[in-house]
Design a protein around this ligand. Structure first.
Ligand SMILES: *Cc1c(COP(=O)(O)O)cnc(C)c1O
Length: 493
């Protein structure tokens, strides 16, 4: 029986096909879609060094997206991973002894979100056709800085789609904001929000299932979908690069097939690291998944104490894409460690909504052994950028630095010598001021990019060269309360 999807909150376990789950994004009950079983992959570890990124992606994604005819899935994967990446490897691995950085930022917007968001628009359009759905797809997206641009880069001028992005007006980097505000495409809408990412994500989730809004859209032959990492079309493409990294380690002779490795993941919404957890459960020999947070360290407390408590100050940090207090994808992990108990999952999430916190059972806590959690504050993040630059002559961005630092701490605490892959989630050129600051150079917004290139001898990536000469095309700033009316006013009918 082919794999299907059900909601983490559905006691009846209603099953839907992969294409329907991709089109819906979020379940009607507010839960997230999870596969009703895990497939056995048609893949051995010894094959890994010999597969291209595209071939590997097909082998991993086919069982998860099994109602796409194989030729269509292959074609979509080909379109997603071609010359819009500045290297044919797609996600190259840089090795310094046992420490390895998997560079996930070679796509059009210079952050790891491109890996899934270059594929998702193709998956959605095919899903619409396969389901004979005539409605226009309206992508509603909350962004902490990188998803918004990556989603628009994927959906810009794609027929039968419109995309609306809400970003925290004072919570993203100068480059991130510029990238979004210069976005072209008749079907793109970008709005600054007077609030933080959690405000945006919370309201987006609510509006998604707002009956009134859904009905109005339907009368205009439109329907919502999501490009956030709650969508399975985001989640599973991220599983691929864990396997790819393992293949590169085999190829370089750092490991033999079957040896365990660790991954350290800079974490916000818990999407990227959850993909790693799936990789492990699909048979990839992973010892620990290191969950690295910045000063917004709600996950660090959760993993170490078993209580998730969002009632705490929200910090705007130098790793803004991780400035999140409610990590949506954690709901999927809760579901699994509760033994797929939708009732318990629902109760925990309802506690979070009503009381701002929940505590998991001891049984659940015992199943968090796959993870090690730590966090880095802003000073430690800067120090780590500097250390890695001086030690390896290698430049990392602040998000990567958080993961790199958490790995250092892990190493010190455990003495674990297993090879470790740190996920490098953004290009350092997306955060040039912070990176320069870490290296002891001061600069202003406008000169930071070229100054960083001059200082390091690394050219500015083509994707953002000339960014400050481009016209600003989006200007509106609103409060969370205005989101609903703004959606209706912005959308082309
Ligand atoms: C989104 C993002 C993260 C966090 O990933 P999640 O899947 O939300 O946990 C980390 N680093 C960068 C650069 C990002 O854009």
């Amino acid at each position: 029986m082919a794999l299907k999807y059900q909601s983490t909150r559905d006691l009846n376990q209603t099953k839907i096909t992969p294409t329907k789950a991709i089109l819906s994004g979020l379940s009607h009950d507010g839960g997230l879609f999870v596969p009703d079983k895990l497939p056995k992959l048609d893949l051995t570890l010894t094959q890994l060094p010999h597969l291209s990124y595209q071939e590997l992606a097909f082998k991993i994604l086919q069982p998860f997206f099994n109602d796409y005819p194989t030729e269509i899935l292959r074609e979509n994967i080909q379109k997603a991973y071609q010359t819009q990446w500045d290297t044919p490897e797609i996600t190259p691995l840089k090795s310094f002894g046992q420490v390895n950085y998997l560079e996930l930022f070679h796509g059009p917007t210079l952050a790891f979100k491109d890996v899934a968001l270059q594929l998702l628009p193709h998956l959605m359009l095919s899903a619409n056709e396969l389901n004979h759905d005539q409605n226009e797809i309206v992508i509603l997206t909350a962004t902490s800085g990188d998803t918004g641009k990556a989603a628009m880069a994927g959906f810009s001028d794609v027929s039968h789609t419109q995309i609306i992005v809400f970003y925290p007006k004072d919570g993203v980097s100068v480059i991130q904001e510029r990238q979004m505000l210069t976005q072209t495409g008749q079907n793109t809408h970008v709005l600054g929000l007077l609030g933080n990412f959690d405000d945006a994500q919370n309201e987006v989730k609510r509006l998604f299932n707002d009956p009134d809004l859904t009905a109005t859209l339907l009368s205009r032959h439109q329907r919502f979908s999501s490009a956030n990492s709650i969508n399975i079309g985001r989640l599973f493409p991220q599983v691929v690069y864990y396997f790819f990294a393992y293949g590169r380690l085999l190829e370089k002779g750092v490991i033999k097939a079957g040896n365990q490795v660790n991954f350290s993941v800079p974490t916000g919404n818990f999407g990227d690291i959850l993909a790693g957890w799936f990789a492990k459960n699909l048979g990839l020999p992973i010892h620990k998944l290191i969950c690295a947070s910045n000063q917004n360290n709600v996950l660090y407390d959760f993993f170490n104490q078993g209580t998730y408590d969002k009632k705490r100050p929200f910090y705007v940090t130098n790793s803004p894409s991780m400035d999140i207090l409610v990590s949506s994808n954690l709901e999927r992990l809760l579901y699994y460690i509760s033994g797929k108990d939708a009732d318990l999952t629902q109760r925990l999430l309802s506690d979070l909504q009503k009381k701002g916190a929940y505590t998991i059972t001891e049984n659940m806590q015992a199943q968090l052994r796959d993870f090690f959690a730590d966090f880095a504050d802003e000073k430690q993040t800067l120090a780590e950028i500097k250390r890695v630059y001086h030690e390896f002559n290698y430049l990392i961005d602040p998000h990567t630095a958080v993961a790199s630092k958490a790995y250092q701490v892990y190493q010190e605490k455990t003495g674990d010598k297993r090879p470790t892959v740190i996920l490098a989630t953004a290009s350092p050129f997306k955060f040039p001021q912070t990176v320069l600051n870490a290296l002891g150079v001061t600069s202003d917004d406008l000169t930071a990019l070229t100054k960083l290139a001059d200082f390091t001898g690394i050219p500015v990536p083509a994707a953002i060269d000339g960014l400050f000469q481009k016209p600003l095309l989006h200007h509106q700033v609103i409060s969370p309360m205005q989101m609903k009316e703004t959606i209706l006013a912005s959308l082309r009918a």
